[in-house]
Design a protein around this ligand. Sequence first.
Ligand SMILES: Cc1ncc(COP(=O)(O)OP(=O)(O)O)c(N)n1
Ligand SMILES: Cc1nc(C(=O)O)sc1CCOP(=O)(O)O
Ligand SMILES: [Mg+2]
Length: 371
Amino acid sequence: MVTRTYDNSHFDESTNGVVVMVEPYSQKEQIQQVVYRILDANLDRAREGLRIIEEWCRFGLNNAQLALECKRLRQEVAKWHTSELRAARDTPGDPGTELTHPQEEERASIKSVLQANFCRIEEALRVLEEYSKLYQPNMAKACKQMRYQVYTLESSLMGHQRHQLLWRSRLYLVTSPSESLLNNVEAALKGGLTLLQYRDKTADDSLRLEQARKLRQLCHIYGALFIVNDRVDVALAVDADGVHLGQQDMPINIARQLLGSQRLIGLSTTNKEEMQAAIAEGVDYIGVGPVYETPTKIGKAATGLEYVSYAAKNCSIPWFAIGGIDANNINDVIDAGAERVAVVRSLMQAEQPTLVTQYLLSQLNRIKPEL
Ligand SMILES: Cc1ncc(COP(=O)(O)OP(=O)(O)O)c(N)n1
Ligand SMILES: Cc1nc(C(=O)O)sc1CCOP(=O)(O)O
Ligand SMILES: [Mg+2]
């Protein structure tokens, strides 16, 4: 039976030139087909991932600039998706189509959808970069460039997401050491909390890291922002959304250099001068307090409601009234002009943190529900 020959190396002298049976493809061609299939599959993967991100930028964020950047990248990837590569596709013969990971079947939040798809695009571009070296070295160079452009897009989009959520957050839970730290925090997240700060002034670093990692994971599941108090190194180590600093902590410009422009930096302020300096230094939000004296921060004199009223009139960035605020006095703080508050004891010592979270949020949402 004669099928096909591709080169003279298949001529069999022992049979006097009678071709008995030849491989349908030479080994070189077979490898080439495999490379084409890999390129085709990963071009598809990168294009799909970019489309998923683009849809969020366009419909979720209404952000034309980010959507346009996705579209540009998608078209750039498409340019390399030639008919030659598409022709190598063999979906029925691909054992990978049945393989899914349980994590792919469920996503906890938009943030995880975006992160998973950025990973997918970046991986696909890395595969394309390596295999296209066997195909067209120009394509390898282009894929490398695109991968770096996707990293930049990821950083802008994730930074944008963080800032949006910060502006929308009205209640901020600052933790205190507790046996039921994770349970309390999860209960508050269930009540609608979107901003959490891990604060423990005495834990040793190994416990601090372990707790920070667990809290970050919880926040990730509930789509909330996770901030670390005082420690830029811990924030970076656990990939937190940002850090909260006080007037005596690391200077803002150094923290910014370490954290970059996409992570959040909050600063405590107790008077107008500190507020104006904080805004000038480019922090993302400030604490305004202590409104009332509080055993959680012994030795810091209360600023009273006047500073809250001043912040309401003069602060151009998100600010959180803090210090002694609870379900009984929150309306006084709101009446003085606060739209956002931060609490420790009210939630960390609550018997039902979910209900208290819901109550505090309901009071804060009475004013300007559109935030
Ligand atoms: C939201 C918020 N506001 C203020 C503080 C206090 O920060 P700081 O003055 O650095 O004091 P410590 O919390 O480090 O004791 C805060 N943590 N969060
Ligand atoms: C950690 C902290 N910082 C403050 C500041 O004004 O800078 S007040 C404060 C403690 C707030 O705790 P509670 O809600 O239990 O009163
Ligand atoms: Mg501090």
